[in-house]
Design a protein around this ligand. Structure first.
Ligand code: PLP
Length: 463
């Protein structure tokens, strides 16, 4: 058995997502080895609240024995069959359960291995759809700056986080980004209604620039998650859907984060934002992260059109060895059963607004620039120099907050200078109080560090 110190050293052979290659060899990551409910435990036995639920995914909480049992039972019954020519009970049943839960006529499910492959496959489906309709020029994709849609070549290209674009290559001919509908971008003199009009006009203007005949799809997260928890102005998604309809474009709602209770419903597109998109992509909470899986759901309407126009054959030549993996599907079925039996969506509709309310109280800390969120997704953004774009300083501040919080028993996920919370749906109001209390102390301690080290001079002391 390796010691913790040896494992941490060996971990340098593991290239992690977004790893800094220059630092490989010198990492000492926290080693976690146990999870239970909203808590995880490190190798020294310290209990930490998992406020991001891993990566917005462990929605039913850690360490569920019945999930382990469901996965075990399926492995012992049947580990795998090729989804090309055969099926299994769990895959068939899970597809039909998802169709029941989805809005409108999104009644067909394509299973993938995670969120990136769900978005990638859905976009390939959009291209396939327009080929079948004899509209081969309709291939261009419009998405949002600060949106995140994954790490395959296409889903990464559709993502719009500028700070991730530096060192890789992306598809630039087919993908166009419009400004994120970020309320912080609203000029002071603009009314809310004018701001909404301006956000929608961004989409219309881009369509005009690219040409309606070339535009295939608009891709949007209901709430931009890893781009900094941006909640669009009310009515934004409905208005954008109308624009899409006008230009014969599809609307792809990327619910990799927002589905499975994060916003208090199985899917948020219709229940929270009043839209029935043409395609929904999902992952993460789909299996609460117990086993990797993703999916896209597509409407009857699109399939009908393909059938009508496809002639004798319309093969969608896209898929994965693990599409509809029976063990992942068994985990998905059990996950949904737990969520429904324990009324976790209802619970999230209670605790979500409470989390938002408590987080707003952090605004009195001088370096807190904004607090925003919806449901069980919340973000506090800190800034030492208001309005500056000093990336190094932003990272420094975020890391300090993270370190202080972790010392006090709370994992927050610093996305540069933003701490994002998306706890398991099982979190109670008392636990939310504890989370926000530690976060407050963590921000205050980081602020004090910055004062002590001369990185920041509070305004009242400035000369
Ligand atoms: C909205 C959204 N779409 C897609 C993805 C990609 O999912 P995955 O990391 O499972 O490939 C993510 C991941 O964070 C996401 O937040």
């Amino acid at each position: 058995m390796s010691t913790s110190a040896e494992l941490k050293q060996r971990d340098n052979q593991f290239i992690h997502p977004w790893d800094d290659m220059v630092k490989i060899g010198g990492h000492q990551r926290t080693l976690l080895d146990k999870g239970d409910g909203i808590y995880v435990y490190d190798d020294e036995g310290n209990r930490l609240i998992d406020a991001p639920a891993g990566m917005w995914c462990v929605n039913i909480g850690h360490g569920r024995e019945e999930m382990a049992q469901a996965v075990y039972d399926q492995i012992m019954a049947l580990t795998y069959v090729s989804p090309w020519s055969m099926t299994t009970g769990p895959a068939a049943e899970f597809a039909s359960l998802l169709a029941e839960q989805s809005p409108g006529d999104l009644n067909h499910v394509f299973f993938t291995t995670g969120g990136s492959t769900a978005v990638d496959s859905a976009l390939r489906f959009v291209h396939f759809y327009n080929n079948m309709r004899d509209m081969p020029s309709k291939k261009h994709i419009i998405s949002q700056k600060r949106g995140y849609h994954g790490s395959t070549y296409l889903s990464g290209s559709v993502s719009g986080k500028e700070r991730d674009k530096g060192n890789l290559h992306f598809e630039e001919n087919l993908v166009h980004h419009i400004d994120a509908p970020h309320p912080l971008l609203k000029p002071a003199a603009m009314s809310d209604a004018e701001f909404l009009d301006a956000c929608v006009a961004n989409l219309e203007n881009m369509i005009e620039r690219v040409g309606s005949d070339n535009c295939a799809v608009f891709v949007a997260e209901p709430v931009l998650a890893s781009g900094g928890l941006i909640v669009p102005p009310e009515g934004y998604h409905q208005r954008c859907l109308e624009v899409c309809r006008k230009h014969d474009m599809l609307y792809l709602s990327d619910e990799v984060v927002t589905a499975f209770g994060r916003l208090g419903h199985c899917f948020a597109s219709e229940a929270v934002f009043g839209i029935t998109p043409d395609i929904i992509t999902t992952a993460k909470g789909l299996t609460s992260g117990y086993i990797p899986m993703g999916a896209f759901l597509v409407s009857d309407r699109l399939l009908r059109e393909i059938k009508e126009r496809g002639g004798d054959s319309a093969v969608f030549s896209n898929g994965f060895t693990y599409s509809g993996h029976p063990v992942a599907a068994a985990a998905g079925i059990k996950n949904l059963e737990i969520m429904q039996r324990e009324k976790l969506f209802e619970q999230a509709r209670e605790t979500g607004p409470y989390l938002q309310q408590q987080m707003q109280k952090l605004r009195d800390i001088p370096i807190v620039n904004d607090v925003r969120g919806l449901g069980l997704m919340s973000c506090v953004e800190c800034e030492l120099k208001q309005g500056s774009d000093d990336l190094a300083l932003d990272y420094e501040l975020g890391n300090r907050i993270d370190e202080h919080c972790q010392e006090m028993g709370l994992i927050v996920r610093p996305m540069i200078n933003m701490c994002v919370l998306s706890p398991p749906l099982t979190i109670s109001k008392e636990q939310i109080d504890e989370v926000v209390g530690i976060l407050r102390k963590g921000i205050e301690l980081a602020m004090q560090d910055c004062i002590d080290e001369g990185l920041w001079v509070p305004e009242k002391q400035a000369v």
